[in-house]
Design a protein around this ligand. Structure first.
Ligand SMILES: CC(C)(COP(=O)(O)OP(=O)(O)OC[C@H]1O[C@@H](n2cnc3c(N)ncnc32)[C@H](O)[C@@H]1OP(=O)(O)O)[C@@H](O)C(=O)NCCC(=O)NCCS
Length: 175
């Protein structure tokens, strides 16, 4: 396999079964208990801002983006990001994050949030969100709650309960 064989594409519904298999392999059944999963199950993700890497037509890595909101702020939640074991450490994860960030910026999103390892995401522009600023629907290690600010001030506008943007809209709708 050469990196020249790897193609990056916006996600389509046809990729769903392969993406599910990659996430099962990377995160196991414990993924369903994670805070980020709880947010993502409250509504759809943004296919046009989500990307796959393929090798000869086979999906070998995926990143998804989901619209979220908290307080007066809105943002995208990045994840899951997963790369098939045989393709790790080739720069594919970083490339997928860069594509998703570029798509977010080009479509006017002010910030991108994720739950992940600061040593990996820090060099990609993500910083810790100040402790106590956001509440997730399930407990997360505050050192892993990170954001990349695209528009200045966007991260400080994210305050209180963070959830899928659709879930918060439903709460705000009159009965
Ligand atoms: C984490 C993951 C997405 C990285 O993708 P990748 O394509 O293998 O990574 P890249 O090639 O872009 O980057 C590799 C570099 O990141 C480092 N790295 C990988 N995972 C890391 C982590 N969790 N923390 C810190 N550094 C990490 C590697 O050591 C390597 O460093 P080097 O460039 O100095 O050698 C991939 O390993 C994976 O799918 N892991 C399982 C699922 C997961 O943990 N996803 C992240 C959820 S937050």
């Amino acid at each position: 396999m050469s990196l020249a064989d790897v193609t990056y594409l916006p996600e389509s519904p046809a990729h769903d079964p392969e993406i599910d298999a990659i996430n099962e392999e990377a995160f196991g059944p414990g993924r369903f208990a994670r805070a980020a999963y709880k947010i993502r199950e409250a509504g759809p993700h943004e296919r046009a801002l989500s990307f796959v890497a393929t090798d000869n037509g086979v999906v070998i890595a995926s990143v998804r983006m989901t619209r979220i909101a908290a307080g007066a702020g809105k943002a995208l939640l990045l994840g899951p990001l997963a790369v098939r074991p045989a393709y790790k450490n080739l720069g594919i994860g970083r490339r997928l994050v860069a594509l998703a960030m570029e798509a977010a910026k080009n479509t006017g999103w002010p910030a991108v949030v994720l739950v992940g390892d600061e040593p990996y995401y820090g060099p990609l522009g993500f910083r810790k969100i100040p402790y106590g600023q956001l509440s997730m629907p399930r407990p997360v290690d505050p050192d892993r709650l990170l954001a990349h600010e695209i528009i200045p001030g966007a991260v400080s506008a994210l305050r209180g309960d963070l959830d899928h943007a659709d879930a918060l809209l439903k709460v705000a709708e009159p009965a």
